[in-house]
Unconditional design. Structure first.
Length: 281
């Protein structure tokens, strides 16, 4: 196998013996000067063929130490679940960990609701989540709220499910599409649907809506962050209220203030990146 480009010290682009392009994970793979021939294939811990642009974007945006930590957690979970996890969990879990750390760093009193029901329904995945949280805390030196156990448990549960276009997912797609239309209309921007940051926003919206549908309540940073965003970005706050109303129309579920904050964070990030990209152009 030929290693052709370093992504970070432990992740690299490669070409296999059949000429197929792939992303390879393994300790020190990206350290030597590229290109080079990798003779010891035992160094490779994970490979990804035909990785989507969304996941390739996460590869380049998420810090190396978070990506490596996520890969370590997924490898551990794969062994205990007999390889039943979707390998791309490495990227979605890393994105979740990075977002959680950023939120905790900015707002110290972040809380998330812990679900005893989910722990009882998925004991094996819940046990893995406990191990994962311990690993995250040991390596980042950040204490995670207990509710992270529920969130990470659901990452393991969802990753085991084969992708099926259910009626619920069709509904979620419709909510995301209408939310996107509202963002463009109220913030006077045009969103590139093929752009990485929009795909990332959609992924966060997808999991947010799935969590609401399952009854998992989000308890976030509360009034401190809500007041901050209302003051600095009143248009984002008003937009979040509209999206909350939209969700209520589809699901019959009212969004609480912490859930509105979650929406505002991701809508504001999408807006700022869109403006920054426009200015760069």
């Amino acid at each position: 196998m030929k290693i052709i480009k370093e992504i970070n010290n432990n992740v690299a682009e490669a070409i296999d013996g059949n000429g197929n392009h792939l992303i390879a994970f393994g300790k020190g793979l990206g350290f030597p000067k590229t290109p080079y021939e990798l003779t010891d294939l035992n160094k490779i811990t994970m490979t990804f063929y035909k990785l989507s642009e969304y996941f390739e974007g996460l590869l380049r945006e998420i810090p190396e130490e978070i990506l490596n930590l996520s890969a370590e957690i997924v490898s551990m979970a794969q062994e205990e679940l007999n390889g039943q996890l979707n390998p791309t969990l490495v990227f979605s879990l890393a994105d979740h960990i990075q977002f959680s750390i950023q939120r905790l760093t900015t707002y110290k009193n972040v809380r998330m609701n812990y679900s005893y029901e989910i722990a009882q329904m998925y004991p094996k995945e819940s046990h893995l989540a406990e191990k994962a949280v311990k690993m995250i805390q040991e390596q980042t030196h950040i204490v995670l709220p207990k509710g992270e156990l529920t969130s990470i448990t659901m990452h393991f549960v969802n990753s085991q499910s084969e992708y099926k276009i259910s009626q619920e997912e069709v509904l979620i797609e419709e909510i995301i599409q209408q939310t996107t239309n509202l963002i463009e209309q109220d913030l006077h921007i045009v969103i590139d649907r093929d752009e990485f940051n929009y795909n990332r926003f959609c992924m966060h919206m997808f999991y947010y809506l799935k969590r609401m549908r399952s009854g998992e309540e989000l308890i976030g940073p509360g009034m401190e962050m809500l007041d901050s965003i209302k003051e600095q970005h009143p248009e984002i706050y008003q937009l979040a209220q509209k999206v909350g109303t939209l969700i209520a129309q589809f699901y019959g579920i009212e969004s609480n203030e912490d859930e509105l904050v979650y929406l505002m964070i991701h809508m504001n990030r999408l807006y700022e990146k869109n403006v920054r990209r426009k200015n760069d152009d």
